[in-house]
Design a protein around this ligand. Structure first.
Ligand code: FMN
Length: 306
């Protein structure tokens, strides 16, 4: 209630101020929680996905914490994992300030993470501002994988940008397959180089009116050895329709982990999508619109109900 009133008074829908407001409130909430002598434990309801142990199945979606600045705070809300980024890489350029800041933030947060009892898992979302799926774009993602390898619990090739060729009405599946093959080739090389294997996922946008190619793209991801997929549902009328679609898709890909994002506002929404086949779910807008206190409840209610 108070959050809503402040949101209305202090922010404007169109200038990014909602985002900054939610970030500041999240920091404040966590700083105040630390002063509380009765420490609340983090919601835990462990799940194992892609060989990783998640303290609970609800994560913070990409875009909220692009540079890893809010890592200590998103954990205090109770998120079992957080996706940092999207970090856009241009392999033809020297590293820009955003990338350097992100690496520094992750380095700092890693020291804290190593001391934590139920550490959050970190996904690193990688992007390229090129829309094509050619060798240059492969080079961008490959450079990103190498840069963030040692900080990532899992890596995401973000193909959900509206301008990306992967989101075309009828994507060139042959070109996409070649692209995924090349990305996976670099991923395997890094696995060997670091002697440390990091799960690799792709994020796909599933538009309500334009989702004919999804099953085929997931099939390609499986064939090329990706470890899972993030399905970002966009413009869907309600959670029930997402759940129905997801249920059918999962029936075709039972052994492939789905991380599902889009439209989740409540504990019930999360439960519905987990029951329909999501291995993990993510939240973005709910944190901005409802604030950290309510979001903590949404996560805690899911976890403690079991
Ligand atoms: C302002 C804003 C910025 C976003 N930035 C990114 C991004 O950088 N990378 C990404 O993969 N998704 C990004 N997203 C998409 C979210 O991760 C998520 O898929 C989408 O908002 C749907 O989830 P929601 O209904 O819980 O908000 C962004 C979303 C918003 C609203």
């Amino acid at each position: 209630m108070i959050y809503h009133t402040l949101l209305k008074l202090l922010t404007n829908k169109n200038d990014g101020s909602i985002h900054r407001f939610a970030q500041r409130l999240t920091v404040l909430f966590c700083q105040l929680s630390r002063l509380n002598p009765i420490k609340r434990s983090q919601p835990t309801s462990p799940v194992n996905v892609m060989g990783l142990q998640f303290s609970n199945p609800v994560g913070l979606a990409a875009g909220f914490d692009r540079t890893g600045t809010f890592l200590p705070y998103s954990e205090c809300i109770g998120f079992g994992f957080v996706e940092i980024g999207t970090i856009n890489i241009d392999a033809t350029q020297v590293l820009d300030n955003t990338i350097i800041t992100t690496l520094q933030n992750l380095n700092k947060a890693t020291k804290y993470k190593q001391k934590t009892k139920h550490p959050q898992q970190w996904g690193i979302s990688l992007g390229s501002l090129r829309n094509t799926l050619d060798e240059q774009t492969v080079a961008d993602y490959s450079k990103g994988m190498g840069l963030f390898w040692l900080f990532a619990d899992y890596l995401v090739i973000n193909l959900s940008r509206p301008e990306s060729d992967a989101r075309a009405l009828k994507p060139d599946l042959y070109g996409l397959d070649l692209f995924l093959t090349n990305i996976r080739h670099h991923h395997k090389k890094l696995n060997t180089e670091y002697d440390l294997s990091i799960p690799l996922l792709a994020k796909l946008a599933i538009d309500y009116r334009q989702n004919e190619s999804t099953a085929e793209i997931i099939q390609l991801l499986k064939q090329r050895g990706f470890d899972g997929v993030i399905l970002a549902f966009e413009n869907w009328p309600n959670i029930q329709q997402i759940a129905d679609y997801l249920h059918n898709l999962k029936a075709q890909h039972t052994d492939f982990p789905f991380i599902v994002v889009g439209g989740i506002r409540s504990t019930q929404d999360s439960e519905q999508l987990l029951a329909a086949g999501a291995s993990l779910v993510q939240i973005y807008t709910a944190l901005e619109q409802q604030g950290p206190v309510k979001t903590r409840k949404v996560i805690a209610n899911l976890v403690y109900k079991e």
